[in-house]
Ligand binder design. Structure first.
Ligand SMILES: [Zn+2]
Length: 449
């Protein structure tokens, strides 16, 4: 009997166990639901109960874009649904799911690219917008040019507008596309001028040239920066270069040339203007080629002389110059030390300069000329006077020895006497005088001691 009881008890326990396992399994199935793990191009978006919800959200997004751009929208990404069984709490909240979807979804749209030299640079929503951007860039370059005088305007690059299927994220507004093409970027760095800043400081700080800063700020005088002024420090590098051929008509002066005529009437080294030059004037019609607003070449189509140019004619001497002819420039007559200047001295006027030098030191003619006196004069002692034939005479006084006589023709630098202390003198020196039309003038304006 005891044995039977034991068997019954074991059976009972077994039944309880089977029941428990069945109950747990069934309730798991009952409480968890069949769901889908959504994947777009390998990226997890979330878990949904119903595929339809995903399609509905995508369609909603497409409609939104379609409304904004008035264009059909496509999606080229791969959407996958993996069947999963999860608890209710694992299902992604709808708002959260929408957020994830917006982050990952990449809708494509038919747009128009501005293609430069074979490369798509910017995308705009339609052909007209692309064309407008290109026109605005041309207009930017026209600036002050009279539109009626423009014969041709074109881009130096090969530019085309092409239809392309692109991701909506690549689309640019007209304003951004224009700035991007003009500057080479949409990220223009700015700098706010601080007290004490110079352009040079700013250029150095950003490793730019002064020219670059001017280029980046065409409408600002960079040498007159003000505190708190905002300047660009990104040098624009346009994708497009605009060539404008402009028809221009203007008057301009014709510069004269100088021609030389040789003449035996003048000595070598002498020049004389025979005829003054006169500038001419002409009216010109030309084609001016500008690249990005800067003149690059001029092609003259027609010119009309309004007044003739007259060359300047200068006579050039060929006659051999006599050795005694004055150059009109004095050289120092002797070496030595300046001991007395020209002007008032001891209540009298000193009519020359004194140069102290040992007795016998050679005295040279300060310029070419004719000796008009060579002898002794009271006060001066032994004296040489040279007439240079140009209104100037020079005096060399207190000499110890005279080497020339009256009537001699002497060349500039020729030895004429020796230093001494004759006449009213207290030591060996040369008293040197320059007389202009008979009046003593300061020799130190002609010679240097
Ligand atoms: Zn003197």
């Amino acid at each position: 009997m005891n044995q039977i009881k034991k068997v019954l008890k074991r059976k009972y326990l077994l039944h309880c166990l089977v029941f428990l396992v069945t109950f747990i399994t069934c309730s798991g199935i009952y409480f968890s639901t069949l769901s889908y793990e959504v994947n777009i191009d390998g990226k997890d978006i979330g878990i949904v109960k119903n595929k339809k919800d995903v399609y509905r959200l995508i369609e909603e997004k497409k409609r939104e874009i379609k409304k904004e751009f008035e264009k059909d929208v496509t999606i080229s990404q791969k959407i996958t649904f993996n069947r999963v069984r999860v608890g209710e709490d694992k299902i992604t909240q709808i708002d959260r799911f929408k957020q994830n979807l917006n982050k990952v979804i990449d809708l494509s749209i038919k747009a128009y690219s501005i293609n430069i030299n074979g490369k798509d640079i910017v995308y705009l929503k339609d052909k007209e917008s692309a064309q407008k951007v290109l026109d605005n860039i041309k207009n930017y370059n026209i600036k002050s040019t009279d539109i009626n005088k423009i014969k041709e305007i074109k881009f130096l690059e090969k530019v085309s507008v092409e239809e392309k299927e692109i991701s909506i994220s690549k689309l640019k507004s007209e304003k951004l596309a224009y700035e991007y093409l003009l500057n080479g970027t949409n990220d223009m760095q700015k700098y706010i001028v601080k007290s004490g800043d110079t352009v040079w400081d700013i250029a150095k700080k950003y490793d730019l040239k002064m020219d670059d800063i001017q280029k980046a700020n065409p409408d600002i005088n960079i040498n007159k920066l003000k505190i708190n002024q905002e300047i660009n420090i990104t040098v624009p590098k346009s994708y497009l270069n605009v060539k404008i051929v402009e028809l221009a008509s203007y008057e301009e002066t014709i510069p004269y040339e100088t021609v030389y005529e040789e003449t035996n009437a003048l000595y070598k080294g002498e020049k004389k203007v025979k005829l003054e030059g006169i500038e001419g004037k002409r009216k010109v019609e030309a084609e001016i080629v500008k690249i990005n607003g800067v003149v690059s070449s001029k092609n003259i189509l027609k010119e009309e002389i309004l007044s003739q140019v007259q060359d300047k004619v200068v006579l050039k001497g060929t006659k051999k110059r006599p050795s005694y002819m004055a150059y009109g420039v004095f050289s120092n007559p002797t070496r030595g030390k300046l001991t007395s200047r020209f002007g008032k001295r001891w209540g009298r006027i000193h009519t020359g300069i004194d140069i102290a030098a040992p007795k016998g030191t050679i005295i040279k003619a300060a310029d070419g000329g004719t000796v008009t006196f060579s002898g002794t004069q009271s006060g001066y002692g032994k004296l040489v006077i040279i007439d240079h034939g140009n209104g100037y005479k020079t005096y060399y006084a207190h000499c110890s020895k005279l080497l020339v006589k009256k009537g001699d023709k002497v060349a500039k630098g020729q030895s004429i006497a020796k230093v001494g202390s004759t006449g009213r003198s207290t030591g060996n020196h040369l008293h040197f005088e320059v007389r202009k039309k008979g009046t003593p003038v300061n020799p130190l304006t002609y010679v240097k001691y």
